[in-house]
Design a protein around this ligand. Structure first.
Ligand SMILES: [Zn+2]
Length: 160
């Protein structure tokens, strides 16, 4: 019986641990192996792989919905950031953008990010009870196994 339990665990969706995974709905985690060459700051990616985390169609739809919501939230946040920026420019004259364009861009970016974060929080409502957040794919045993083997999560190091 125990062997069967193990088997059924593998054949379960990682996110709801309830449904059978749909191959076309698998959540992929891009990974890479690599490191800095010697003591230089040159980074070499020696190998890449993508791990398919079993996911059912229902969970994929839930995750996709949240993603779409976050994107919309960021756009709304962006608009909310642009409006005060435009008002500010109107108020203090177009000339002031020469001195303040950085602050204006930063505040627009902050608004967009805040919109995305708020939407993400709201979007979680769409995730059915018992379905794990998309980010938990990085905790899947297949991914963790590769991390133990020295692989890193992501197609390449951040910022490179
Ligand atoms: Zn599922």
């Amino acid at each position: 019986m125990e062997a069967m339990d193990d088997q059924s665990k593998i054949e379960q969706c990682w996110f709801c641990e309830d449904s059978r995974p749909d191959p076309a709905s698998a959540a992929t985690v891009e990974m890479h192996a690599g490191g800095f060459i010697g003591k230089s700051d040159e980074y070499e990616v020696s190998n890449t792989a993508s791990v398919a985390v079993p996911r059912c169609e229902r969970c994929k739809l839930a995750h996709d919905r949240v993603e779409g919501f976050v994107a919309k939230g960021a756009i709304i946040g962006l608009l909310f950031g642009i409006l005060p920026a435009l008002y500010y420019l109107y108020d203090s004259g177009l000339e002031s953008i020469r001195d303040y364009w950085k602050q204006v861009l930063i505040s627009i970016g902050v608004f967009a990010m805040a919109g995305g974060v708020v939407a993400w929080g709201l979007g979680r409502i769409f995730i059915p009870k018992g379905v794990k957040d998309q980010r938990t794919r990085e905790r899947h045993p297949l991914v963790q196994q590769k991390v133990l083997e020295g692989w890193k999560i992501g197609p390449k190091p951040p910022g490179l």
